[in-house]
Ligand binder design. Structure first.
Ligand code: MG
Length: 158
């Protein structure tokens, strides 16, 4: 069996708005995020992890923010494109582990829906989709509530 591991990281600044898209789920919040697409940090980190596992560059190369096609884009299409590449290279996802870094909003009420959506996008059993959330104890850009960040790790197998 051939294995490939990939990791991804993303940050978006908070801006005007009333919700965040996180893991493909609409989460009400006192801010939105500044982004060209829908600004879904979790799906952006996941896309980069999938691309990274195959050494295929990053989401910015695949979906340039300068391209009007991706304005307000549903980020699930970025994951879908990366999953196409995974399939074309003869791999499938074994499991993913995701961490959201935020002081607010509270993720727990939405985590089941996020995991279900991510499992669907990756064609995975729910038991193979890890999702965690942490604050940064008031420190740094997340702690100052300037924005939200996410990390993803994926394992692909052949
Ligand atoms: Mg992003």
């Amino acid at each position: 069996m051939s294995l490939r591991i990939g990791q991804g990281f993303d940050v978006h600044a908070f801006g005007p708005g009333d919700h965040l898209m996180l893991g493909g789920v609409r989460v009400p919040h006192e801010y939105g995020v500044v982004a060209h697409s829908d600004g879904d940090v979790l799906l952006h980190a996941l896309t980069d992890a999938l691309l990274g596992a195959l050494a295929l560059g990053d989401i910015g190369q695949w979906f340039p923010p300068s391209d009007p096609r991706w304005a307000d884009a549903d980020s699930s299409q970025f994951v879908a494109a990366a999953m196409n590449a995974v399939g074309e290279h003869g791999y499938r996802v074994n499991n993913v582990d995701l961490t959201l870094l935020a002081e607010a909003p509270k993720i727990a009420p939405h985590s089941a829906a996020m995991r279900a959506r991510i499992a669907e996008l990756l064609d995975l059993d729910l038991s193979r989709v890890g999702l965690k959330a942490t604050t940064t104890e008031g420190l740094g850009l997340v702690g100052r509530r300037e924005g939200i960040a996410a990390q993803a790790i994926v394992l692909l197998c052949h």
